[in-house]
Write a protein that binds this ligand. Sequence first.
Ligand code: BT5
Length: 237
Amino acid sequence: MKNIIYKKSVSSTNTEITQYKNLLDEFDFVALYSDEQTKGRGRKNRFWESINNENIYLSIMCNKQIKNLNMITIASGLSVCEALEEKFDLDFKIKWPNDIYIKNKKLAGILVESSFLGNSLDYFIIGIGINLNNKSFSSVNNIATSIYLETKKFVNRDDLINIIIKKVLENINKLDANNFSISNYEKRLNHLHKEVYLGSEQVLTKGVDNNGNLIIEKSNGVVETLSFEEISIKNTN
Ligand code: BT5
């Protein structure tokens, strides 16, 4: 398909895909994936280790007018988790808002970026990094894992990319039609009803509301919702 583009090497698939914006006049979405990224990006200027080893570095660009951008992040996390569940018999969990973990190691990260024209959304980009076939890492050995490290089996990348694209489009369409169910997302959280650290404060997570905000209870019994642009959480275990 002309709207699924492969590149051998890019700085970042999220950056590279913006060159193909005009394809959105013709297609519902554009996807771009690469063997490696020389400047793979995480959120808030963090990095994403992106070596050439049959891993997934994928961006999906779309111009559907989704009103709540936070929910695109939530829906993307669920989509990646559902796609992984379809392919592998492993216990994948989501760390709010949208990291994918196996036990206490990070398998995948998602970076959603958007562009506006005046007040209206021009397009959004869902950037997905998944460690598939890494036997080791150079800078994140203690915190990262890969499907290979968990199963000792080599994984076919292209197959999984197609499933991810399918799931992302399904969930974005559900958001658009107002029938996205947050409970499908919530039940996959690795910290639901558990104590987590919010900065240095220990709080209890109670769920996620329909805007994608995390509901927490503080030690003094006060319940608050947290927007994920503002905070990061850390499990206490
Ligand atoms: C993320 O950021 O987890 C979002 C990562 C998104 C990467 C994709 S790849 C395709 C697209 N193009 C891009 O340039 N980016 C997207 P954040 O939550 O900020 O986590 C970043 C942190 O994860 C880093 O500071 C490291 O601690 C850790 N990390 C870096 N590389 C990793 C890896 N390969 N596996 C696991 N953890 C990693």
